[in-house]
Design a protein around this ligand. Structure first.
Ligand code: HEM
Length: 402
């Protein structure tokens, strides 16, 4: 961890070039120092970073840590979306409002819908792999982000929600700008979603927008298009970016460990589920949960957190805590206990966990069945990584298939 200090607050600033490339080395140093740390983000905002497994596990359910901006102290100055959006819901709500919103979102993930999605995901994966076979013929280098890791989750989540075909072209670019903190106004996409929603009210189909279009609030009113288009935006940001990161980080690891790739490629359904849990623990791109603010003074691991302080729960660090997982930085497909926190827990736990398990399992297994000789076309150290403390992924992933 480089020895950078925040010029304003004097705290360590661990999120630097070294971290973007190898966050797990930084976490190993944090684990040596303790379970909670006072640090500054790259934009100088001071935060408590919780890295210990037990502390992250408990804090994920701690209702004294709130999402609503009104609980933030004056030192939390971030105005980037979704912070500044007037109608921000779901990720920016706390119970009981969050509970009602979450019920609407959960409609999208009922087992029946998941069962219907599975064969579609198989089909889509196979189409993408056919395309890769053509583009990667004769040793040609292809960018796995462009041909696989991005288009698969974008299509899956857009189908699930019902994002119109004509709006899908900009989604990856839009997501990249939002997640690297460069997009200030994503309203264009919100307006497109609102238009699609109005269309569903006259012509419903089997997607989430159609379900939401019919929902009424406690007073019997249909929900306003602005609210619902906002859910859609959160859903596809949460749903595709995370999976794009998971597919890319996992592919890099498996390309470097052909014997693990072969075991995953040949696994039956039960075995695949077990192997994927370890892949999630090791290579989940979600480095931390969404920011939380202390509603009142409280203590975590003996450190005093004041009301208004910002708290970041580092899921990436917790899942590699050597106090919880023996040989935490080793990929171990035979790990007997694997209670990772990849999908969070408590009221904001990931509603898409089952979909993510299906989608990533099918995609990685088929990828390495079809291309057992898939390899990086550049040394791993040369890959460029997104500068995000939230979701980790390489900006491009040059590979060869034979
Ligand atoms: C590898 C894949 C994924 C990972 C690792 C992941 C991880 C997470 C985590 C850790 C949270 C909770 C964050 C917190 O409490 O601060 C979360 C929330 C969420 N995830 Fe996922 N997710 C994945 C895929 C998906 C998919 C496929 C969808 C939907 C299509 C989705 C939709 C959401 C939504 C809407 C939330 C916000 C829930 C709320 O605030 O109530 N995720 N995810």
């Amino acid at each position: 961890m480089a020895d950078n200090k925040c010029p304003v607050h004097g705290n360590d600033m661990p999120f630097d070039e070294e971290y973007w490339h190898a966050p797990f080395d930084t976490y190993a140093q944090f684990h040596e120092q303790g379970p909670i740390h006072r640090v500054c983000l790259p934009d100088g905002i001071p935060v408590w970073l919780v890295t210990g497994y037990t502390e992250v596990y408990d804090a994920l359910r701690d209702q004294r840590l709130a999402r609503q901006r009104k609980y933030a102290g004056a030192d939390y100055t971030n105005q980037l979306p979704p912070e500044g959006l007037a109608q921000s819901r779901l990720v920016m709500e706390d119970p009981p409002e969050h509970t009602a919103t979450r019920r609407l979102v959960n409609f999208g993930f009922v087992p029946r819908r998941m069962r219907l999605l599975k064969p579609k995901i198989h089909e889509l994966v196979d189409e993408l792999l056919d395309d890769i076979e053509v583009k990667g013929a004769n040793g040609a280098v292809v960018d796995l982000m462009d041909v696989f890791c991005a288009p698969l989750p974008i299509t899956v989540v857009c189908d699930l929600i019902g994002v119109p075909e004509e709006e899908r072209g900009h989604i990856r670019e839009w997501g990249e700008l939002v997640f690297s903190g460069k997009l200030v106004n994503p309203q264009g996409i919100g307006e497109a979603m609102a238009r699609a929603l109005v269309a569903r009210r006259t012509n419903p189909v089997d997607d989430l927008l159609s379900v939401w279009a019919e929902v009424k609030d406690d007073d019997g009113n249909l929900l306003p298009p602005e609210d619902l288009s906002h859910f859609a935006i959160i859903m596809f940001a949460a749903g595709y970016d995370s999976t794009m990161g998971m597919l890319s980080c996992s592919s890099i690891a498996l390309m470097q460990r052909p014997e693990y790739a072969a075991r995953l490629a040949n696994a039956d359904d039960d075995e695949l589920h077990k192997l994927m849990e370890e892949m999630f623990r090791m290579y989940s791109p979600t480095q931390r949960g969404f920011r939380r603010f202390a509603r009142e003074d409280l203590e975590i691991a003996g450190r005093r957190i004041s009301a208004g302080d910002t708290v970041l729960l580092s899921i990436g660090a917790a899942d590699r805590d050597p106090g919880k997982f023996p040989d935490a930085n080793e990929l171990d497909f035979d790990r007997s206990e694997n209670k990772h926190l990849v999908f969070g827990r408590g009221p904001h736990a990931c509603p898409g966990a089952e979909l993510a398990r299906i989608e990533n399992g099918v995609a990685l297994q088929r990828l390495f069945q079809r291309f057992p000789n898939l390899r990086l076309a550049v040394p791993a150290e040369e890959l460029q990584w997104r500068e995000s403390t939230l979701i980790r992924l390489p900006l491009s992933l040059p590979v060869t298939i034979s």
